[in-house]
Design a protein around this ligand. Structure first.
Ligand SMILES: [Zn+2]
Ligand SMILES: [Zn+2]
Length: 152
């Protein structure tokens, strides 16, 4: 899944590519993601911010998380699709919206976070080890993703 990380927003005004493999793919069931997507969960890729090349006009919006960390999201200025987001605590990493990729066929979350607000009808794969909330340390997420891949 790492060989063709290109995508675009719904209207096509914003296109992007990532010149590095994604660190991991996650699904998040937090209420904020449910609001943001208008759906049951969000799915994203964590990629190095400096490997992300975006063309087209973006608008930005920032909010403070419950932990007091400012998160900024970047959306298409025309259609409003969110493209990616960054947090001030780790600006070197971007959360890219997985559904924007040209090829989504091989996308599979390796890490599941905020499972405590997951809707009960949603059944996770048997080998998933969901986090109730979200680990503070990114290394924990990376390790969980690696364990998930190795379990395949
Ligand atoms: Zn657009
Ligand atoms: Zn979330």
């Amino acid at each position: 899944m790492d060989n063709d990380l290109t995508g675009s927003c719904q209207c096509g005004a914003v296109t992007f590519s990532v010149a590095a493999p994604a660190l991991l793919t996650y699904a998040c069931f937090c209420h904020s993601c449910q609001k943001r997507t208008g759906s049951a969960f969000s799915m994203g890729l964590i990629v190095p911010t400096d490997a992300l090349q975006v063309a087209g006009k973006l608008s930005t919006w920032s909010r403070k998380s419950d932990q007091g960390v400012t998160h900024t999201r970047y959306s298409c200025a025309d259609c409003g699709n969110i493209i990616y987001g960054t947090g001030e605590s780790s600006p070197e990493l971007a959360k890219l919206q997985a559904g924007l990729l040209e090829d989504t066929t091989s996308l599979e979350p390796e890490v599941y976070i905020w499972a405590r607000s997951k809707q009960p009808w949603l059944t996770l794969p048997e080998r998933a080890r969901p986090f109730d909330t979200q680990p503070d340390n990114l290394m924990d997420l990376l390790q969980a993703a690696q364990a998930y891949r190795q379990g395949q």
